[in-house]
Design a protein around this ligand. Structure first.
Ligand code: NAP
Length: 259
């Protein structure tokens, strides 16, 4: 049992769907005051209703995580509503699948903005609130794709997810000044709306290539984020945890059949 995070003010970007909604559900179940932030108002309202019906203290703010004014405005509004910001889960991301030969440079920039620049912007906006509180927690959602593995069509995505881990190392040093830790969860294939868009064939092939023989659930990532946000993880910073059902372990396709 981890020390309570009841009533902590938590921001989850990309919390209207998928992994972000799972993170929000896990924190709300612990009694935290969770704000989910993304662009689409309809999805935010629906997620808020769903999580609130389960008893969580969940509210929403619209935000484009690649835009500084939008991020700063969202963080300031959350701080005003909830008396500060204790925990940031910088999770929003996008993964359009396009091979390099076909990729428009604008798509590269878009993915970098949503996945990497956003980590910097969200952390930067929260620093004054961590400083004021005398402590804070940041959990980034990275990926195995990029830092550990490759997949055709995701050169920009993989670069952005590796970039988050480069950012993490120096951010951990700088945030220590504010008694704040920053760590990253690296999911494998997690069953989300975004992943469903890749098609049933992709989902089936992926499940078959994972030693635990299933895609991950969004709460699997939420539970790892909860640990990093807990008091018990207070001496861990600049680190990562892979949550992938063993997906990166097989040396070959045959290795899976040997199980
Ligand atoms: P998802 O189901 O597509 O949900 C993405 C969320 O991010 C939505 O709430 C979306 O809302 C929000 N978002 C996208 N662009 C945004 C922007 N510019 N500003 C604000 N919010 C934005 O994706 P997911 O599968 O849950 O992925 C979430 C995170 O986990 C991503 O960082 C992804 O790279 C990472 N990840 C996922 C998997 C997986 O298997 N699913 C594996 C490894 C890592 P709006 O579109 O309305 O803004």
């Amino acid at each position: 049992m981890l020390t309570s995070i009841k009533d902590k003010s938590v921001i989850v970007t990309g919390g209207s769907k998928g992994i972000g909604k799972g993170i929000a559900r896990v924190f709300a179940a612990q009694g935290a005051r969770v704000t989910i932030a993304s662009r689409g108002e309809e999805a935010l309202r629906a997620a808020c209703d769903e999580l609130g019906a389960a008893g969580g203290q969940v509210s929403w703010k619209t935000c484009d995580v690649g835009d500084w004014d939008s991020v700063r405005g969202m963080v300031e509004a959350v701080a005003a509503d909830n008396g500060g910001v204790d925990i940031l889960c910088a999770n929003a991301g996008a993964f359009p699948q396009t091979k390099i030969v076909d990729m428009d440079p604008a798509e590269w920039d878009q993915v970098m903005g949503t996945n990497l620049r956003s980590s910097f912007l969200c952390v930067k906006a929260c620093i004054p609130h961590f400083e004021k509180a005398g402590k804070g927690r940041v959990v980034l959602t990275s990926s195995i794709t990029g830092p550990v593995t490759g997949f055709p069509g995701w050169a920009h995505y993989g670069a952005s997810k590796s970039g988050q881990l480069g950012f993490l190392k120096t951010a951990a040093m700088e945030l220590s000044k504010y008694n704040t830790t920053i760590n990253a969860v690296m999911p494998g294939n997690i069953y989300t709306e975004g992943l469903q868009d890749l098609g049933q064939d992709y989902l089936d092939t992926m499940a078959a290539s994972i030693p635990l023989k299933r895609l991950g659930q969004v709460e699997d990532i939420g539970n790892a984020a909860l640990f990093f946000a807990s008091d018990e993880a207070g001496y861990i910073t600049g680190q990562t945890i892979i949550v992938d059902g063993g997906q990166i372990l097989p040396e070959s396709l045959e290795a899976i059949d040997e199980i």
